[in-house]
Design a protein around this ligand. Sequence first.
Ligand code: F6P
Length: 464
Amino acid sequence: MSLTPSPPLPKLVVVSNRLPIAYREDSTGATIPRLSPGGLVAALAPALAGSGAAWVGWDGTFSGSEEPLDLEGFSLQPVSLTQAQITNHYEGLSNSTLWPLFHNVGVNPEYSEAWWADYLQVNRLFAQRVCNVVAEDGTVFVQDYQLMLVPEFVRSLRPDVAIGYFHHIPFPDATHVAGFEHAAELLEGLGACDVVGFQRQSDVDHFRACLQELNPSVEGTSLPHSAAYPISIDSAAVSTAASQPMVLAKAQEYATSWGNPEWVFLGVDRLDYTKGITQRLLAFEELLASGAVSADTAVFVQAGSPSRENVARYQQLSAEIDAIIERVNTTFPSVTGRPAIVYLRENLPRTDMLALFVVADVMVVSSLADGMNLVAKEFVAARHNDTGVLILSTHAGAAEQMPEALLVDSFVVSDITKVMQEALIMEKGETARRMKQLRADVAIHDVAEWATTILGDLSQARKA
Ligand code: F6P
């Protein structure tokens, strides 16, 4: 009898609500999973590639399969979830309670006991899977608000491992968060970590204040190491991809299809009420009304990928956007019949998305609250000739790192209109100076730097 030695258990396990997988159909109609490229995948690829690492998450299906998938050197470990768990954990507690709670943009968090029960249960399932796969003294790196209890559950089963958590979204005012009935449990969940990372220093401060508010006896020294680690993009990859002939051809095709207007304004988002999409469209409406541009000289292209479509507030947003676009396009017709606002309500292929970044004159990122906003960084990484103006909300984490953007309080529609007008009259030299600096900063502070820093701090904290 020949004994095949089992492969060593992974030393690093990344955990996120979704696995980085996309599906496509092959010529026989079979569904083939592929690794979906994204910032996090790119950042963690060097650490994850090979046999020493794994990624735990939901694969987006209800197949019931928990068979590991080996894709492009990644060992992906699917956690099987039921439709009821998705309804309660993902659509319910994660995106109808915690998302509005942490973004705090005037949408009231909803709550149900059943949601909380499944949030606990799904966090336990993820933690169990992690504990089954991680090597002794290994490292567990948990991503985001859907999994805030995973660190505590992992710690109770595996005192040997190092645990890090990164909060991709904002952490607002302490009193606001502390008002949630399970806030203490969520923060205790994070208390089991060696390192807790946030996007901005203000998020760190609010997190610490919230811990103190919930438990005034807590000592500074008994808190996990918490710090700001602003996340970024794989700028070199975006920059290279944006200069490929296919992308440039698509950019040309877009411009021609819109009648080569003098000005292309662009918004690219998940269709989410935190992104300030209605505010920017209303600002464009004001710009048209002011006469500074017309539907013939300018187009606003809004790309929006449908998101969380079973959640009522997202359905409402979709209807609001449709209504504004219909009104603007009717009120401001163009001579050729091309709408003033072109709405691409779909998950665009990467080539098309990059082509939009290349063809735009003014990118408008008007989030009302946003952990970072990587679209802003992707836009500048794609601008090879140092043209293009970035309008950026002060409420996006990216604003702290991109001061050469035209910064605006995106709650005030007339202020967005004003900066749009500024973009129209900005001298070419000034535009280039700003874009050069923005590009240089994003090139240096890329996602590899983020991953190295937070994983480095995690290994230090464990040794201490
Ligand atoms: O950045 C916030 C976030 O919720 C991430 O955790 C997630 O990967 C991404 O947005 C997309 O969200 P969803 O999985 O709900 O489509």
